[in-house]
Design a protein around this ligand. Sequence first.
Ligand code: GLV
Length: 333
Amino acid sequence: MNTAPTRPRLLIARAIFPEVIDRLTPFFDVDSNQADDVLSATQMATRLVDKQGLLCTASDVIDAPLLAQCHALRICANMAVGFGNLDLAALSARGVVATHTPGVLSDTTADFGFALLMAAARRTGEAERCVREGRWHKWSYDFMAGQDVHGSTLGILGMGRIGQGVARRGAHGFGMRVIYHNRNRLDAAGEASIPARFVDMDTLLRESDHLVLTVAHSAATHHVIDAQALARMKRTATLVNIARGGVVDEDALIEALCNGVIAAAALDVFENEPAVHPALVSLPNVVLTPHMASASRATRLRMAHLAADNLLAYFQTGRALTPVPPLSPSLPA
Ligand code: GLV
């Protein structure tokens, strides 16, 4: 690749590892937002207007009004496996390639999903707050009694790499019976290796002791966990969301947690993040974390390198390595 003077111009929209920027600077004119402020739509348009490449994160909204101002843009490399922040139709209409970072974060995210499941079921957040706030005065037979994880039924909605990772942890580590629902059924060998049983949505809701959401957010999965779905769950159930906030109707979940429709929840993602619904903050039976399921240092570094690899491959060969899949995921009825 010719490195000068016609280097493509690249915007790195949020702070990333300096070593990844160092890899890119020989090949691109880099404008990097190492200050790490989340750029407003106007700031993003101003900085992106003359760029051919963009490295962005799940908190950057790349939509039609922005793209209408950025005619030079050829590739948008999202440093996330999810891509709900990208308007894929608008990108494709303008011939802009969109890429994401599948695979490199699956195990780290599955680890965290399981940590949240344990925390919600065994009430560790609530218990820790109690100790720190000096409210632990005596042992009682039902003090902080939660739900068992070992030997229970683990439900997974969305059986991609992350869902399978959570399922394996449950089946192999905790002797859980795994059921799942997904737009595509795994093949027999895939199901046997976990082992996991494909069920319809109703069975998933009714039989799960712990339900983990790892499904992609799309029009088909928006608010798939609503008041009716929650009402079909066990009163002792826990719900874990490591997918996207929009998969759960947050108002309905708050009602359900207040009224004992389900026992507990753990949320790493929110409908309006980084804003968190004040009612969630005041509820004892929900664990709240700041969209950090992939946040191990090694995995975040792998994600940044994969986004950079996509940019380099695209400008060197015309082909990106991990383009966003063409069809948005949906669930069977
Ligand atoms: C994180 O949420 C991701 O999509 O990578």
